[in-house]
Design a protein. Structure first.
Lengths: 163, 494
């Protein structure tokens, strides 16, 4: 219930924030009578309203017609942290160490996360090397396909297009 | 009629060149793989591959994307029959009976009726697209901004308020999608909105980013958070073969389901969930073997929904190509692909890009044949994909997500946004918010806004423009009916 209320409140905040944004958009309407700020007002107003109704539902017995969400009742946060670290490290490093190495790092970290969620986290060097090898085996062909075959730029450690 | 025939033959000539056949084959293969693998669906796969629109010519990439779209439907049934989790949402019903059949040792028959049924329905639906899409396009030429706006409003209403569990959560999703669509430069006045001074946001949010974030990244994060301990049990394969009696029970179900699926794909009512459920209910009611439903698995219960699924999926191309209105996640992403080429699907598409449209339609016929071959004799190969351990599968999906998003705009800022959208997706999934309205709202929002403002310009600023024109009045009534009727029925029943 408390989490649902949080979702409702978050939606209200988003709506209100967008109203603030809408107020900053000039309203030169031109011919039509509605300008660039019209839809922002509608959307922000509707979001605020939806959020308020969600909040009301949450406080009065919870969201209506909920489908039971699948999986465990409580989240496995250590696993989540590993995967998040992988994704964010990828965003931070992709331009400096190149696509292949950065994605491999993301892969290794994400695998740690999923394994820990399954209750068999393995931090041994052997497992790390094995996952790194699999990561390279996925990332490298993808990289080559994009840079060599399709001529789409992806960042590399070198400018050869191979690494 | 002869005109359609000539155009279609022209389409086959284009789609039949070795290069385009190769694109179709790669698309179908990739699509089947994507359909088989849990955790990744056709919308995600097409979205991840959108960067190829930067380099590959439109016809080839559309044939490729259509192959993925189609292939995923075929592949999805394999997973739902052999695993206890459906590969994609349209296969949910197939999972009910198919899984029961597989448990009682008839996996092969279930796979066969699913693949052949998909082929029959897909081909009939493609014939319908061939015959009716040009007619719809011809009719749609008369439509102007007010009508387009109302058609889009209709799509918004059906996708958010009619489908799904809760209207409130559907609408919340829709408005979140519309809000995402607002980011960037306003199409008409070039005014920047919600960019917060970040230059990367001036171009707006990429479709790839939203689709991959909401589907792939959110799926991975959700799996690691909540599904680490869920064990997937795999059913035993048996020979892919149907007995004479199974054929006799399958074919009427295929045809009935095709009839149910096509209309649902045509109207902007989105998705294939409703027709698959309807077909399942129909088969259950008509079957002479009611005792098999839910116990040892009835073959009609697999044949019908699978055919309905493919018929509906194919028919969604009619509103997409003739009106430019996507009614499902994947068609929304396909619309994004067209937009990347500066092509706006709509009635003019059949004039301006006739070669492209007809090549695409021809490739659907070709794709269906390819998929039948890929999925019947080669089904054993696809089953091996189910052996990939979950950690490697999801971590691998994250690599592909990175390629798609980074390849589109070469911006690492987008990768941070991708993570944020992924988090949003986890919250939405946990609290049962539908995702289709977000994607449809985000892609269709800016178009709907432009049509609304053009409509008001036509009406010299008066909102009465929507009731003064007969077509738009009719559409307005349909919109209201879609919103009111289901509730009225519910009220009368209680």
């Amino acid at each position: 219930m408390r989490l649902q209320a949080l979702v409702g409140a978050g939606t209200v905040l988003l709506g209100l924030g967008m109203m603030g944004g809408a107020a900053m958009i000039p309203s030169e309407a031109g011919y039509g009578g509605v300008g660039p700020n019209f839809l922002p007002w509608v959307v922000s107003g509707a979001l605020t309203l939806c959020g308020a109704l969600l909040l009301a539902e949450a406080l009065r017995g919870g969201f209506r017609d909920m489908e039971e969400s699948s999986g465990a009742a409580a989240g496995h946060w250590p696993g989540f942290a590993w995967v998040s670290a992988g994704l964010l490290a990828n965003a931070a490093l992709i331009t400096t160490i190149g696509f292949i190495l950065s994605c491999t790092l993301c892969f290794v970290l994400a695998v740690r996360g999923f394994k820990s969620a399954e209750g068999r986290l393995d931090l041994s060097v052997g497992a790390l090397l094995k996952d790194a090898a699999i990561g390279v085996a996925i990332a490298a062909p993808v990289y080559w396909m994009f840079t060599k075959l399709l001529a789409i730029n992806l960042p590399g450690l070198t400018s050869t297009g191979w690494l | 009629m002869t005109e359609i025939w000539t155009q279609l033959l022209g389409g086959f000539a284009t789609a039949g060149t070795p290069v385009n056949l190769l694109w179709a084959l790669v698309g179908c293969t990739l699509g089947t793989a994507v359909g088989v693998l849990p955790g990744i669906g056709p919308a995600t796969a097409v979205a991840m591959l959108l960067p190829i629109t930067l380099k590959v010519e439109p016809t080839a990439s559309m044939i490729f994307f259509a192959g993925i779209y189609y292939g995923a439907m075929y592949g999805g049934s394999t997973t739902s029959i052999l695993l206890n989790t459906p590969g994609e949402s349209g296969s949910m019903v197939t999972a009910m009976e198919g899984n029961k059949m597989a448990k009682s040792g008839r996996a092969g028959a279930a796979l066969a009726t699913a693949a052949i049924g998909s082929f029959v329905a897909g081909t009939i639906a493609t014939v319908v697209v061939t015959l009716f899409a040009p007619a719809v396009a011809e009719w749609a030429v008369q439509l102007a901004a007010p009508e387009y706006f109302l058609l889009m409003l209709l799509a918004f209403c059906t996708v958010s308020a009619v489908l799904g569990q809760s209207t409130l959560r559907g609408l919340t999703s829709l408005f979140i999608g519309l809000a995402m669509g607002l980011v960037g430069l306003d199409q008409i006045s070039a005014q920047s909105r919600y960019t917060g001074g970040v230059p990367e946001l001036l171009d707006g949010l990429e479709v790839v980013l939203i689709a991959v974030g909401l589907f792939a990244v959110a799926e991975a994060l959700y799996a690691v958070l909540y599904e680490g301990r869920v064990e997937a049990s795999q059913n035993r394969m048996s020979k892919v073969h149907m007995t004479r009696q199974e054929w006799m029970r399958s074919w009427p179900a295929w045809l009935r389901a095709t009839g149910i699926g096509i209309p649902f794909g045509c109207i902007p009512a989105g998705g294939s969930e409703i027709p698959t459920f309807l077909s399942y209910a129909t088969e259950k009611k008509l079957s002479k073997h009611k005792g098999e439903f839910g116990t040892i698995g009835a073959i009609e219960g697999v044949a019908g929904p699978e055919a309905a699924n493919n018929a509906a999926i194919t028919a969604t191309l009619i509103p997409l190509l003739t009106l430019g209105i996507p009614t499902s996640n994947t068609t929304a992403v396909l619309l994004g692909a067209f937009q990347n080429y500066g092509i706006q699907p709509g009635p003019q598409l059949f004039d301006k890009s006739a070669a492209l449209v007809w090549a695409l339609i021809a490739s659907l016929y070709i794709g269906n044949v390819m998929l039948l071959i890929l999925n019947l004799p080669l089904v054993g190969l696809w089953v091996k994909l189910l052996k990939i351990p979950k950690p490697a599968l999801y971590a691998g999906i994250l690599i592909f997500a990175t390629v798609g998003v980074y390849g589109m705009r070469q911006s690492s800022f987008d990768l941070v946004l991708l993570y944020a959208i992924g988090l949003l997706g986890v919250v939405m999934r946990r609290f049962d918010f539908p995702t289709a309205p977000v994607v449809v709202g985000m892609i269709l929002g800016p178009l709907a806004e432009a049509h609304l403002r053009n409509a008001l310009s036509i009406g010299e600023g008066k909102w009465t423009v929507f009731v003064e024109r007969p077509m738009s009045l009719a559409l307005l009534i349909v919109v209201i009916a879609v919103l009111v009727l289901p509730r009225l029925v519910k009220l009368l029943r209680s």
